[in-house]
Design a binder for this molecule. Structure first.
Ligand code: ADP
Ligand code: MG
Length: 240
């Protein structure tokens, strides 16, 4: 589903991603770990073309992305992204937030987009909040709306960048549960998270980034019980 070849990204002189190679299969759930500043967000942002890499190739769902020729909106339609801060439109209701892109980008009718939005709200357990405004919701509810909004574009891949880091601890579980359901439905997912219990339970593969390199990867049971790289050991000791 995703093929990254020789991807390098710098900001000025700072090399943030150094020749990353990574293949992710359809329906695979990959958890990215690594210290702050190791390049996790940059990698996700390159996958969604929020950042443009200096060199390398990204192929998503068989389409090679040539930045000069490709309509980036088409690429972004394939890749849903959920951020730490939910980025909902504050002056729009929950359902208006969800139907915005399907109507204006996908050119769906309002009734079709609304029906789909209600289906998604049901999936994330918020069908009774369709006409609420974001400020009337808890952080966990806002994040579930953000997930529904991303799903409304029917992406092939979902990227999550620390989706629960800004939440009060008691709200983390409801968001992780929605992500778990998505994984069980067969969504291809790349997730940056420090929730190692979730990673153990849901991830097919854990990838450790350090200084813009993939230094270790493997099944969560291997990585967590028997990390090979000294930096992985140190990182896990700090967060577990
Ligand atoms: P992580 O998500 O793993 O914490 P990031 O991908 O956000 O790491 O950042 C990796 C490195 O790139 C950091 O040193 C960060 O300061 C730098 N960086 C990220 N975004 C930018 C930017 N827009 N301009 C300059 N430097 C950036
Ligand atoms: Mg980050």
């Amino acid at each position: 589903m995703i093929e990254i070849r020789n991807l390098s990204k710098s900001y000025g002189k700072l090399e943030v991603l150094k020749n990353i190679n990574l293949s992710i299969n359809e329906k695979e759930v990959v958890v990215l770990i690594g210290a702050s500043g190791s390049g996790k967000s940059t990698l996700l942002r390159c996958l969604n073309y929020l950042e443009v890499a200096q060199s390398g190739e990204i192929i998503i769902d068989s389409d090679k992305i040539d930045i000069a020729k490709t309509d980036l909106n088409k690429v972004r339609e394939k890749v849903g992204m959920v951020f730490q801060h939910f980025n909902l439109f504050p002056h729009k209701t929950v359902i208006e937030n969800i139907i915005e892109a399907p109507i204006y980008v996908r050119k769906k009718s309002k009734s079709e987009a609304s029906a789909k939005a209600m289906e998604l709200l049901k999936k994330v357990g918020l069908e009774d909040k369709a006409n609420f405004y974001p400020e009337q919701l808890s952080g966990g509810q806002k994040q579930r709306v953000a997930i529904a909004r991303a799903l409304a574009m029917e992406p092939k891949v979902m990227l999550f960048d620390e989706p629960t880091s800004a939440l009060d601890p008691e709200l983390v579980g409801e968001v992780l549960q929605v992500m778990k359901d998505l994984a069980n439905d067969g969504m291809t997912m790349v997730i940056v998270t420090h929730e190692m219990g979730f990673a153990k339970e849901v991830a097919d593969r854990v990838i450790m980034l350090a200084d813009g390199n993939i230094i270790e990867e493997g099944h969560p049971s291997d990585i967590f019980s028997n990390p090979k790289h000294e930096r992985t050991q140190r990182f896990l000791n700090q967060i577990l």
